[in-house]
Design a protein around this ligand. Structure first.
Ligand code: SAM
Length: 209
């Protein structure tokens, strides 16, 4: 484990605010959710894969007031900072492979946000194949990650992510992201792409299998 959780806990009641401020250096997650809503205006059953401490889950629950959200992650810190309603949101510590095995084809919108760079390269096809198995017939999958490039903001992002999480992170180029997605869903399924502020590195890809 990295030192991020330890440092953040030192902020006590201000941890949620500090965590949001740190994240906003790299991504405007409200703008990302707006983009996602343009692509998928309504949803009823959403798994958020790799939800972490719940920052995106909070936005998803507000943006999709009619949806049941299953927020999953392998970390024991799952959902710790989630401050939204829990009526329609459940946090489960598991991998998406378990959802794929127990609830195949049940979900109409799956989100994977800033997770794949934490997953070892050899495990990525299995994770993406499991996501595909959770999708209902007319479902969409939104993939978001941070593009590797030669800019100071990327070096800063890489250093802080590596140092804070302690994970052996491995960022991808745009082509590598598209390659992973095409391997599991087919190239024709990658139907739209958008960049999220404040950095060009934030890529979201709409996958419609
Ligand atoms: C940078 S956080 C992103 C959290 C959240 N998606 C968000 O955008 O706020 C990356 C998360 O991916 C999770 N993760 C890494 N490998 C995973 C896997 N195989 N299955 C599910 N979650 C995973 C980590 O535990 C971590 O919480």
């Amino acid at each position: 484990m990295g030192i991020g959780p330890v440092i953040r806990r030192m902020f006590g009641p201000y941890e949620h605010r500090v965590s949001e401020a740190y994240r906003s250096l790299y991504i405007d997650i409200d703008a990302l959710v707006q983009q996602i809503r343009q692509w998928k205006p309504t949803a009823t059953r959403i798994p958020e894969v790799g939800c972490g401490e719940g920052a995106m889950t909070e936005r998803l629950s507000a943006a999709y007031p009619d949806a049941d959200i299953t927020a999953i992650d392998i970390t024991p810190r799952i959902g710790r900072l989630y401050a939204g309603s829990r009526d329609r949101v459940r946090f489960t510590q598991c991998g998406v492979e378990e959802i794929a095995a127990t609830e195949p084809g049940l979900y109409d919108f799956v989100l994977l946000c800033d997770v794949l760079h934490h997953v070892p390269v050899s495990f990525r096809p299995g994770l993406l194949d499991a996501i595909r198995a959770t999708l209902a017939a007319d479902a969409v999958f939104v993939f978001k990650d941070w593009e590797r490039n030669h800019t100071p903001i990327h070096w800063l992002c890489h250093a802080s992510d590596r140092w804070l999480t302690g994970d052996r992170i491995n960022y991808m180029t745009r082509n590598e992201m598209r390659g992973h997605l095409a391997h599991s869903f087919g190239l024709a399924a990658l139907v739209a792409e958008a960049r999220s502020p404040p950095w060009w590195n934030n890529i979201a890809i709409l996958v419609r299998p």
